[in-house]
Design a protein around this ligand. Structure first.
Ligand SMILES: [Zn+2]
Length: 396
């Protein structure tokens, strides 16, 4: 297994030029009128036309060669364990594989697959704190894995959330994967976590694997979490009326995942569009899981929502970047000054019926990734996992 430590951001100036389509990650303005980005010490400092920017004295310059660029993709829902290993499918290197799918930030929805996962109060807290610390120090291909998401158990008390918050835990794992699974109990744990500044999420739909629980519309509404995790089921979805009711009445963000019910994903998307709450829709994979590991899971989900759900390519990308970052309180997800220099170069895949990357996505083709940059550091060149991009950037 490759060993990667947190090496810190690139030092000095990075210039990216000759970008064709610049996806901003901002749903309100998904494509920028610009062809060049300048970053200094791993953060974006300027965006615009090459002729208007100071591009001199770059430590590293990349010629995009006319490929498009988007913010690094964010997976709002994954289940890491330790290292770049998933016990669920006993597979190594899944995080690196996902970086080859354009994902630069991974948000844990609970380290639930750890063999022998502890369920006592001290054990739940210790695992979360250890996972948070371990992934702060371990970054496969530079990926940012935000782990340490304790799964609420009935025996936990308010003071446990206070202690977790003090130890640096920012998010719980999915309510419903542990012993908290009724409306009143879920509500109590959400209130405790929220009081201590910890973000709350809840499994939605039928049980994911034998031993987990159904979480119904009424439980979700009573719990009132910050994120309605996999509103399209993980895998088993609630009926259409319940999905629409959650979009309409739930305060939480609407999360659509790859490892869910695809028909239900379109129902949720349509409901969100109709209600004018597309800014609350975020994307995840819910992997690794029984369905395996999907290195292209976020790309596949955004392409699916664009091609079947009628979103413009830039809007679909914004769900997987700017929306997720804003709702999950992460740095990044936007091409804007001050943001981390996390980028994905992408282009239409070779021989796509789409003439541009946007057209290819809207026609249902997975774009080709030509390069991934994290904190200003070039982490991969042409992806080993996507179809080959027509145009690929070059380091000058
Ligand atoms: Zn779940």
């Amino acid at each position: 297994m490759a060993v990667e430590v947190a090496g810190g951001p690139m030092k000095g100036k990075l210039v990216l030029r000759n970008i064709s389509t610049l996806f901003s990650g901002d749903l309100a303005n998904p494509v920028l009128d610009a062809d060049t980005i300048v970053a200094v010490d791993g953060r974006i400092s300027a965006i615009g036309r090459a002729k208007d920017l100071d591009t001199e004295n770059a430590v590293l310059a990349v010629d995009a060669k006319g490929s498009a660029l988007a913010p690094g993709l964010i997976d709002s829902h994954c289940h890491p364990a330790f290292g770049d290993w998933t016990p669920r499918q006993n597979q190594l290197g899944w995080i690196e594989s996902c970086v080859h799918g354009g994902v630069t930030t991974f948000v844990s929805a609970g380290e639930v697959h750890l063999p022998g996962r502890p369920k006592d109060r001290l054990g739940v807290k210790s695992l979360a704190i250890a996972a948070e610390r371990a992934f702060s120090n371990f970054r496969p291909l530079g990926a940012k894995v935000l782990a340490g998401a304790p799964v609420p158990e009935s025996i936990m008390m308010e003071e446990d959330y206070a202690e977790l918050a003090q130890a640096g835990v920012k998010r719980i794992g999915e309510i419903g994967l542990g012993t908290v699974n009724t409306g009143p109990e879920a509500k109590k744990h959400v209130e405790w976590a929220r009081k201590h500044g910890i973000e709350t999420i809840i499994h939605t739909g039928g049980p994911s694997i034998p031993g987990s629980n159904l979480i119904s519309r009424d439980v979700v509404l009573e719990a009132d979490p910050d994120v309605i995790s996999h509103i399209n089921g993980g895998h088993t979805a609630l009926p259409k009326g319940c999905i629409c009711a959650l979009c309409e009445q739930g305060r939480g963000a609407v999360e659509i995942v790859h490892n869910g019910n695809e028909r239900a994903a379109l129902i949720a998307l349509d409901a969100a569009k109709g209600l004018g709450i597309l800014h609350k829709v975020i994307l995840g994979t819910d992997a690794p899981a029984g369905s395996g590991v999907q290195p292209l899971g976020i790309l596949r989900t955004l392409v699916f929502l664009s091609s079947f759900g009628g979103l413009a390519a830039g809007e679909a990308i914004a769900l997987a970047t700017g929306n997720t970052a804003r709702i999950r309180k992460l740095e990044g997800g936007l091409i804007a000054p001050g943001m981390p220099a996390d980028f994905v170069f992408l282009d239409r895949p070779q021989h796509s019926a789409g003439k541009t990357v946007s057209e290819a996505i809207e026609l249902g083709d997975i774009p080709g990734i030509g390069m991934v940059v994290i904190d200003g550091v070039v982490r991969i060149a042409r992806s080993r996992n996507t179809p080959p991009a027509d145009k690929v950037p070059q380091i000058e």
